[in-house]
Each structure stands twice: as C-alpha cells, then as structure tokens.
Design a protein around this ligand. Structure first.
Ligand code: BG6
Length: 277
C-alpha cells in the first residue's frame, strides 16, 4: 500500500474482497463472490472530513447527539493508522489491523487517553470484526459507547425480515424515546425506523439481503442492536440519494444504552461476525 493512500483492500480470492477507507476505518465494500453486501450512498462525501454515508462506520466514544463533539463521536471522522497491512493467514483468510489513539483534537473534546485496535478478517463468506479499547490511564475510568454502524445493501428493505428481537425492550427514537417491548417474532421495516434494542441475543438474522440470501449477524460482548432506516427523511440528507432508502437497512451491533466504563490499565474487547448464508 502506498503511503498516503486512503484505502486498504483485502482480497480472499474468488472475487471476495473488502475495502476499508482509513477515514474512520470505514468498511466501504464487502464483496462475496463479486456480490456487494454493503450499502454506500451514491451521494456519500469522501472529503476526509464528513462521515461516510454508508459502509460500516465505527461509533466511538458517543452514540447519537453529543454535547461535546460530533454526533456519533469522532472515530468515524478521523484518519486511522494501518497497524498491520493485509496479510494472508495459513487458513487462506486475510487479516488487517487498524488503530486509533487520542490526539490533541480528541483530548480537546473528550479528555481521556485511549487506544482503539480494529482487526478485520475476511473469510470465504464471512467478515470478522474485533474491536479492542485500551485505557492507558493509571488512575482514570474511561466511559464510552461503541457500535458498528453497519449499512447492509438490500434490494427492497420492505421484504427483509429480521429475527432474534422478540421480547427485547427498545427505545423508539421516532416516537417519544420511551421504552417498549418487541412483540413480533419477525421485525419488518415499512416506515421511518430508529430503535435501540437492548440486551439483544448474540445472533440476529436478516432475510432477503443481496441475491435473496440471508445475513447472519453474531456479536460478542455488545449488548445492543440498533435498527435504522430514515425512509423519506433521507430526502433531507444531502449525502443520501433521493430514492436509495429502500436499498439499505442498518442493523448495528454495539453497546450504547449504557456506557462501558473501562478501568485504568485494562482493555475492553468486543466482536462481530457477518456471514452470508
Ligand atoms: C442511527 C441513529 O444509528 O444513526 C439515528 O439511531 C441516526 O438516530 C442515524 O439518525 C444516522 O446518523 P448520522 O449521524 O450518520 O446521520
């Protein structure tokens, strides 16, 4: 990879690839046998400032509106380092590692030292994500949210069925921010949807993603799942194509309803595995 380059590519062979933009370490493409799985808006801005509209931005250290800094935190708008360039493992899978540490800018909005390490492994039909947050302080607890804001590409969101959320409590951000309980075995999205489901199971499934396949989402050490589709509200978003909302669904694994409080000198680790079925 040339120095100064902004994208890093992982190539598993068989037209199975993953592309990471170092702006936010945002996964901007994941192709399985040449089929793109990830939605990126055609109006997305790649100016190295704004968060990329689509892909898999990393939300840290704050989910949602933030009194001190940008919405969804700064990790998705900073340039990450390549800790280890793509490397083929003995299994044939391909791994790359990225990192982000506190800077003068991050300390100015959020006065905590941190080190984030992001490891991606591309397998035949899977993409593995491992996030580690280290608190190097010797005496200060570090509170944060962490979430993978995954935009899946789908032919028609109205035909997607999401399973695994039955019985979970959720905050409905399109209503009154009150807590409700999911009573459906199968969750569908037919309107503006913005929900934080809490204490969700390790495995969530989405049907009718690309080529009529299923997407299995597995998460470890992350308590919540956010479901988001802006519907017609996307028309007010300058970096969202006018008719694109039927073609995406965000199903986001993270911990955002309660912050993680990390003791000094310790590391928090979490992961997600996406699998095309
Ligand atoms: C979701 C939030 O995760 O992200 C929504 O629940 C928000 O409330 C959406 O609108 C997109 O946020 P942004 O900052 O990328 O426009």
């Amino acid at each position: 990879m040339a120095s100064g380059s902004t994208v890093v590519g992982l190539d598993r062979g068989n037209n199975t690839t993953c592309t990471i933009n170092l702006h936010g370490a945002t996964v901007v493409s994941w192709r399985v046998n040449n089929q793109e799985q990830i939605f990126v808006s055609k109006e997305a801005v790649f100016d190295g400032k704004k968060a990329i509209r689509g892909g898999i931005p990393i939300v840290f250290p704050q989910f949602g509106l933030w009194n001190y800094g940008p919405q969804h935190g700064f990790a998705r708008i900073m340039r990450w380092n390549v800790e280890r360039p793509p490397e083929r493992l003995p299994t044939g899978d391909v791994e790359a590692i990225f990192s982000l540490s506190d800077t003068d800018y991050t300390r100015s909005v959020w006065d905590f030292p941190f080190r984030l390490t992001y490891r991606l492994i591309l397998r035949e039909k899977e993409l593995h994500f491992n996030l580690a947050v280290y608190n190097p302080s010797i005496d200060t607890m570090c509170p944060f949210h962490l979430l993978l804001h995954t935009y899946f590409k789908v032919p028609d969101v109205r035909r997607c069925q999401i399973t695994g959320l039955f019985g979970c409590m959720f905050i409905d951000k399109t209503r009154d921010n009150n807590m409700y309980q999911e009573t459906r075995d199968v969750v569908t999205v037919n309107e503006w949807t913005d929900r934080i489901y809490q204490c969700t199971p390790q495995e969530i499934m989405i049907t009718n993603v690309v080529s009529g396949r299923k997407m299995k989402i597995q998460k470890y050490n992350l308590s919540d799942t956010v479901i988001w589709n802006p519907w017609e509200k996307s028309k007010e978003m300058a970096d969202f194509g006018k008719d694109e909302y039927p073609n995406m669904i965000c199903v986001e694994s993270g911990q955002v309803s309660q912050p993680i409080i990390l003791r000094p000198g310790t590391t928090f680790e979490a992961s997600q595995v996406l699998q095309v079925m």
